[in-house]
Design a binder for this molecule. Structure first.
Ligand SMILES: [Zn+2]
Length: 137
């Protein structure tokens, strides 16, 4: 799960709909890393600024700052979204085009919610504690 900060509002385009302005602040994106190269390849892509816009989340990682990511064992992205259900949903459908169960795979991380609350929610699945991976590591 990727944590990002937007220093300024960013227009987000989902499909052909008119863009939605996402306000400055912190966001959490719940994604999986089942593709070739697994987690290192996927995170390397999220942490890199220069790339073509392919997924919804690329609009955020190119415009904002990727703070890092929590690697959660045995946590598919939809399960993570459910565990973080106390966070607001900024845009319906973000990253969830193929998902039947989630409103969005992007959540807002308000200032009032401490980092410990996020970690505790991620660990609530009963697996091992989530591992924080820094963008500069
Ligand atoms: Zn989902």
């Amino acid at each position: 799960m990727v944590a990002l900060a937007l220093p300024a509002p960013v227009p987000i385009r989902l499909g052909r709909a008119a863009p939605t302005m996402l306000r400055a602040g912190r966001y959490l994106y719940c994604g999986s890393a089942y593709g070739p190269g697994g987690l290192p390849a996927r995170l390397g892509r999220h942490f890199r600024k220069a790339k073509s816009i392919r997924w919804h989340v690329d609009q955020l990682t190119t415009a904002g700052e990727v703070l890092g990511a929590w690697a959660v064992a045995q946590g598919d992205e939809c399960a993570l979204v459910r565990r973080l259900g106390f966070l607001p949903v900024p845009i319906d459908g973000f990253g969830a085009s193929d998902c039947a169960s989630c409103r969005s795979h992007l959540l807002r991380w308000p200032r009032r919610v401490p980092r410990s609350a996020i970690v505790a929610a991620l660990a609530a699945g009963g697996g091992s504690d989530p591992v924080w991976l820094c963008a500069n590591a």
